[in-house]
Design a protein around this ligand. Structure first.
Ligand code: BES
Ligand code: MN
Ligand code: ZN
Length: 505
């Protein structure tokens, strides 16, 4: 799908032209400008209240002799004062769906009719570009039959403007949004791959290729290096797999250190069987998505390079397979982690925190001004927030707020849970410093309390539990069932605004 900015009259005819219309709107001029024939019919419909502009409603006129497009569709936007990014995202998804049902190849969207005083073209444009590209995403690599029934999505989306000077201003906005959409799609593609295709060495290979393409520095710590460093959290989890683990490290913009260094860390369990504390079979196939955090980090690093952010960013992805076959760790095992703390492994299914712990401790090598980690860490987070919200916890309210705001802006929303010291009781160890399992209550919080033990001292840090948001159990307007690519847009926003505002220091 290609997005182009065109003058409202366009140069060629589109298959469908979409405009928005607010409830109670008196000024029909923008519609009149579009198509005289259409304007007449539309005016009559408004007069007779056949169409009022209420949300979800639409008004269509098909006429082969229309000049701009044989079909014009007006989408009801509800009250103008209620127009929010979330409304536009759904509208963008709907446009793609309608276009696909009608097999339209070239779609023109009259941008100005979807705006309000509080939601300008600069803000609306990336919403359209991102959402439309993402709504047209499908993972088809392994489909060999039934291709004829697959939906056909438009090839060209024209964003039509009225004012020429808008176009010049919007061009870089479109190009940035396209980069972001491509990154999210890459994340979905990688994450939808099953565990018989993607394992830790394969993720390392993907990272090396990405680094080469985008000019990132890439370092992969393999079995030997992890042993030498004593990264026993990563090693213990991977014992059950015959495939070696990897700690992937991608680095961008060392020359921008004075603007700040941010480490982003992502859980990369390419499959989570649960280990000896094995999971029940129902839904276990979804545990191929337990690598979502790592993939968000890897892909975001490529995006950060694409966007040329003037910031030192280091992405760390500890990657393992939590399996039961080789010489797996047992419940009760005590391991000494990279930072020297000892952990009793009560439940081998609480493996994410073990691999993240070593990666978080390792961040100290980069003396970061902030650490952000993402992980499909607890089933409880999925139960609590469903697939619409990630949990956010951390040790620095300013950083938490910055990430939350980025979440509001991008639609990748986060809700804060407390991280009070009282919760540490649950992870006290019996024969060790700490245990990896908690006491059965407040699991999302106690898992984060565990991570906190491994964050380098005095480093602002936030943890995002993306267990519910990383993949969908059913289709959504902007994403089919499967991986969502959650985190890419959120991180890109946090890192972009960091580099422009110089958040701390
Ligand atoms: N990968 C899972 C968490 C998960 C579950 C993500 C369902 C998405 C959907 C994680 O490794 C895990 O198994 N966590 C355990 C922790 C428990 C044993 C303390 C859980 O949530 O049950
Ligand atoms: Mn697990
Ligand atoms: Zn897991």
């Amino acid at each position: 799908m290609k997005t182009v900015l065109v003058p409202i009259k366009g140069s060629t005819k589109a298959d469908i032209l979409f405009t928005g219309f607010f409830k109670g709107e008196k000024n029909l001029n923008p519609i009149k400008k579009i198509e005289p024939l259409f304007a007449k019919v539309f005016e009559a419909a408004i007069k007779k209240e056949r169409f009022t502009g209420k949300a979800q409603d639409s008004f269509t006129l098909f006429h082969p002799s229309n000049r701009l497009a044989s079909e014009v569709i007006v989408l009801g936007l509800g009250e103008k004062k209620d127009l929010k990014p979330a409304v536009l995202r759904k509208i963008a998804g709907r446009i793609v769906e309608i276009a696909s049902v009608k097999k339209a190849n070239k779609v023109r969207v009259v941008l100005d009719t979807f705006l309000s005083d509080s939601l300008e073209a600069k803000e609306a444009t990336p919403i359209f570009v991102e959402t439309m590209n993402l709504a047209a995403y499908r993972f088809l690599r392994y489909k060999t039959t039934g291709k004829a029934e697959l939906p056909k999505f438009p090839d060209v989306i024209e964003l039509a403007f009225v004012d020429k000077k808008d176009a010049a201003e919007l061009k870089p906005v479109v190009s940035r949004a396209e980069k972001i959409a491509r990154a999210v799609i890459k994340a979905r593609d990688l994450n939808n791959e099953p565990a018989n295709v993607i394992n830790p060495p394969r993720l390392a290979e993907e990272s090396r290729m990405l680094a080469k393409e985008k000019g990132l520095r890439c370092k992969v710590l393999g079995l030997a290096e992890l042993k030498k460093l004593g990264m026993n959290g990563i090693l213990a989890v991977n014992r059950g797999s015959i495939t070696p683990p990897a700690l992937i490290i991608l680095e961008h913009g060392e020359q921008y250190k004075e603007n700040g260094t941010v480490c982003v860390v992502g859980k990369g369990v390419t499959f989570d069987t649960g280990g000896i504390s094995i999971k029940p079979p129902k839904g276990m196939e979804e545990m191929k998505f337990d690598k979502s955090g790592a993939i968000a980090v890897i892909v975001t690093m490529g995006l950060v390079a694409d966007l040329k952010l003037p910031l030192h960013v280091v992405g760390l992805a500890p990657c393992v397979e939590n399996n039961v076959a080789n010489d797996p760790q047992r419940p009760g095992d005590i391991i000494k982690m990279y930072n020297g703390k000892t952990v009793e492994v009560i439940n081998t299914d609480a493996e994410g925190r073990l691999i993240l712990a070593d990666a978080l401790s390792y961040c100290k090598e980069y003396k970061p001004d902030a650490i952000i980690d993402l992980a499909t860490l607890t089933g409880l987070c999925h139960l609590t927030f469903g697939d619409k919200t990630s949990a956010i916890l951390g040790n620095d309210q300013k950083l938490i707020d910055a990430v939350r705001e980025a979440g509001e802006k991008t639609g990748e929303r986060c809700w804060q849970l407390p991280l009070w010291d009282d919760y540490a009781d649950a992870i006290k160890g019996n024969h060790s410093d700490i245990n990896n399992t908690g006491d059965g209550y407040a699991g999302t919080i106690t898992a984060t309390m565990f991570l906190k033990e491994f964050v380098p001292v005095k480093t602002p840090w936030v943890h995002l539990d993306i267990a519910g948001t990383a993949y969908l159990g059913k289709n959504r307007y902007d994403c089919p069932k499967g991986a969502t690519g959650f985190g890419v847009r959120l991180l890109a926003e946090v890192l972009s605004s960091w580099s422009s505002e110089s958040f701390s220091k």
